[in-house]
Design a protein around this ligand. Sequence first.
Ligand SMILES: C[S@@+](CC[C@H](N)C(=O)[O-])C[C@H]1O[C@@H](n2cnc3c(N)ncnc32)[C@H](O)[C@@H]1O
Length: 250
Amino acid sequence: MSREAADQFDQLGALYEDMATWPFRKYIETPSVFAALGPLEGLDVMEYGCGSGYYSRLLKRAGARKVVGYDLAEGMLDYARRCAQRDGLDISFRSTLDESCHAAFDVVLAVYVLPYATTPAELEQMAAEMMAPLRPGGRLVALPIHPRYAPATSYYEGCGFTLTADDSSNPYQEGGRLRLDLRYRQYDASVHAWYWSQQAIEAALHKAGAESIQWSNPTLVAGHDLAGVPPALQAYVDEPHAAIIECRKR
Ligand SMILES: C[S@@+](CC[C@H](N)C(=O)[O-])C[C@H]1O[C@@H](n2cnc3c(N)ncnc32)[C@H](O)[C@@H]1O
């Protein structure tokens, strides 16, 4: 299990909260995630790897009935609890998954969590943990590293980060380690992530009971206020660093 990968997040609540307002997330990722999620009114939703709880709060505001945020990093969960309390939102945050979470949700959302599986076995376990909370027919929306992210280190600089494979001669190596340097506003932090191919992710999800797996790219969503979109974001739209997966539980 990716304890090692999760531990690096304990101190990063404020960073991830701020990052939610960075233009590539605000204008591209968040609207694309909600377009994939569809209407949430009255649904029970789990956010797997909720971090600072940014999406959990949006899910609740979007009308979800029950929202549970799950994460391994206690530091992130503390941060998430404080934010939800501040906003008067009834969200439960937890660091374990037990029987009460099994087949109890209509939707699971997992944004940037699959890249923190460090081995094929962890990838399978994570996929199983993401699918288990779903009722039959329930939907998973997950954002992994894009199987064909732009490998040039500087490509995403205009978005506030760089992505560098440990082995730059083989950026798409199965299970290869990547370094994500986050440098924007007052922030300067690095985390490690792991690359998984479309084939490896689909195999793990199928094994966990997923069907109808679809991939798409996050993009600028029509109907949102695009007035302040920085031109540099077009490069992100052309080759996003993350993909969106949608699938159903059999
Ligand atoms: C990059 S952060 C993303 C947080 C949040 N989803 C967001 O979009 O802001 C990844 C999060 O996944 C959590 N995580 C990593 N592996 C996990 C696992 N096996 N189970 C639960 N959470 C995990 C980390 O602790 C971290 O908070």
